[in-house]
Design a protein around this ligand. Structure first.
Ligand SMILES: [Fe+2]
Ligand SMILES: [Fe+2]
Length: 283
């Protein structure tokens, strides 16, 4: 029963529509060694949402850049092709996060708000841990729960059972998904990221955001996402039983933290966001 459900889920992931033509064109140009930065910025310019996002990243003080990049070709030069690739993929995939997910009890915009909060916190943590590739960390935060989009219809069918396990059996959501549906949202998200040819580090960060020590290549990125997810959930975004506030115990040693330094980190984070943007309001 369960395995046929998993097969159906995997089939539905394989049938997911490809990313938009403009995105595919940009990605193809990036992978083609004969493309110039000018050609790539021209292609990005054909898609206004993509162009706005690339410029925003290139001028982001919190990612360590100065705010002086006004053209796309400057932005492409500043960020470099590897980072542009990550941003383009992330922006393209993030579009589906704003829909409502009835199986998870999320109204339209709620998963989006949680994802943006996790991405922003990720970015703050990336600076704190001097993590290279801050864009990758941001995108990993933005897309970490993307698997919920595919699992939503199955959650709807098994809602009662999963709700009972989380509420009364001390089960974490992903463990209940795995037990009842046969696959959890991190793994479904990892398969989606693989389907869209995301870089391996992003696939891993999505796939292991609730079990970071299983990440083979980059457990630190998965651990940062694990932390950011819990902080975002504790801040009040994604306010259903489906938002896990639990930090995986193995995330701490991976990031060189103990309980005490974790507490300081969370206090600093609250102060920072309370002052800067109000993302983390008082609970
Ligand atoms: Fe999650
Ligand atoms: Fe999450």
């Amino acid at each position: 029963m369960t395995s046929s459900k998993v097969e159906r889920i995997i089939r539905s992931i394989h049938k997911l529509k490809p990313l938009s033509t403009s995105v595919t064109r940009v990605l193809r140009a990036i992978d083609d060694e004969s493309s110039s930065a000018g050609m790539i910025s021209d292609l990005i310019g054909l898609d206004p949402a993509l162009a706005a996002n690339v410029l925003q990243f290139a001028n982001s003080a919190s990612l360590g850049y100065g705010p002086s990049c006004s053209t796309l070709s400057e932005a492409v030069m500043r960020l470099g092709l590897r980072r542009i690739r990550t941003i383009v993929l992330g922006v393209a995939a993030a579009g589906s996060l704003s829909a409502s997910l009835h199986g998870y009890g999320l109204r339209a915009g709620e998963l989006w708000n949680h994802s943006v909060a996790a991405a922003t916190i990720n970015q703050w943590l990336a600076q704190r841990f001097s993590f290279p590739n801050p864009e990758e960390v941001y995108i990993a935060g933005l897309l970490h729960d993307i698997g919920k989009i595919v699992l939503d219809q199955f959650m709807l069918i098994d809602y009662q059972q999963i709700y009972y396990m989380v509420k009364y059996k001390n089960c974490l959501l992903w463990q209940a998904e795995e037990a009842v549906i046969g696959i959890d949202h991190p793994r479904a998200g990892g398969l989606m990221a693989e389907h869209w040819n995301f870089p391996e580090s992003l696939v891993e960060a999505i796939c292991y955001h609730h079990s970071p020590s299983l990440a083979f290549n980059n457990p630190k990125l998965a651990a940062i996402v694990n932390l950011a997810n819990a902080f975002a959930a504790r801040s009040g975004t994604g306010l259903t039983f489906t938002a896990s506030r639990v930090i995986h115990p193995e995330a701490l040693p991976i990031l060189g933290l103990d309980e005490r330094s974790l507490q300081f980190l969370e206090e600093d984070l609250k102060k920072y966001f309370h002052n800067e943007s109000g993302i983390l309001s008082e609970q």
